[in-house]
Design a protein around this ligand. Structure first.
Ligand code: ATP
Length: 238
């Protein structure tokens, strides 16, 4: 098969020092897809993302991006290649305004043209008219939206979202999900880590379930929805 995936993890093992967290995981993301990675607390989702981003280097296995092995590169290189992470803690600078926070990603954007700051911010009705407000004054939902806007400014080819709806009120979860759906309809490729299974299924084309550092399910969203066993055994829902 000569088909090249945008991102391909092959038998990746990774962890922290002596502690192996990922016990050989394989997964792919193709261009234009939204792929959800779900699993319980501590399953290894964030560790998977840290390994993809280059914060952690796999002990064995390979990570290919556009067919090139990127397993051994550093974080800066990953960003240059067009993989942008929106981290779980959002990392909004409290002393900078909304606009300044978004503008930060203009710096060092070498690989591709990112979104214009105004265009990125205008996706989010909640941020409208608040551009000079400091990061410290933002609600959790506003911070998440700003973190996504900032990621778009960097011009991602692959947008990696780590639990974007975590800790948000249901109405805000719907708004963030709506934006992700909008980005999907524009053709952006997204790897979505979620604890909120409902949201993940609503958005994703394909689903991977991670449990104790292993992929225990891989399939389309329809296949996942039909699989009562996987939901019960690994996610505690039925
Ligand atoms: P969560 O939803 O809680 O973030 P997760 O699926 O993202 O869960 P990880 O954060 O990847 O899970 O954690 C997987 C395992 O790795 C856990 O057992 C955790 O204790 C361990 N772990 C995470 N970070 C470190 C670290 N810096 N050093 C050592 N062990 C860690």
């Amino acid at each position: 098969n000569s088909h090249t995936h945008l991102l391909e993890l092959d038998d990746v093992r990774s962890g922290y020092g002596e502690t192996e967290v990922l016990n050989g995981i394989s997964m792919t993301v193709d261009e234009g897809e939204v792929v959800a990675l779900i699993g319980r607390n501590g399953a290894g989702k964030t560790t998977t993302l840290r390994t993809i981003m280059g914060h952690l280097v796999p002990t064995t296995g390979t990570i290919n991006y556009r067919g090139s092995d990127i397993s051994q590169r550093d974080v800066a290189k990953t960003a240059q290649q067009g993989i942008t992470l929106v981290p779980e803690d959002r990392q909004i600078f409290p002393g900078l305004s909304i606009r300044e926070n978004a503008k930060i990603s203009e710096v060092g954007t070498t690989h591709n043209e990112g979104w214009d700051v105004d265009d990125a911010l205008s996706l989010f009705a909640n941020l409208e008219g608040k551009e000079n407000r400091p990061g410290s004054a933002l609600s959790g939902g506003e911070q998440q939206m700003l973190a996504i806007a900032r990621a778009l400014v960097s011009g991602p080819e692959l947008l990696v979202l780590d639990e974007p709806t975590e800790g948000l009120a249901p109405k805000i979860v719907d708004e963030v999900a709506g934006i992700i759906a909008d980005l999907k309809s524009r053709g952006l490729t997204i790897l979505l880590v979620e604890q909120n299974v409902e949201t993940a299924i609503e958005l994703a084309d394909r689903v991977y379930v991670l449990d104790r550092g292993e992929i225990v399910f891989e399939g389309t969203t329809e296949e996942f929805t039909a699989d009562e066993n996987i939901k019960e055994s690994y996610l505690g829902i039925s």
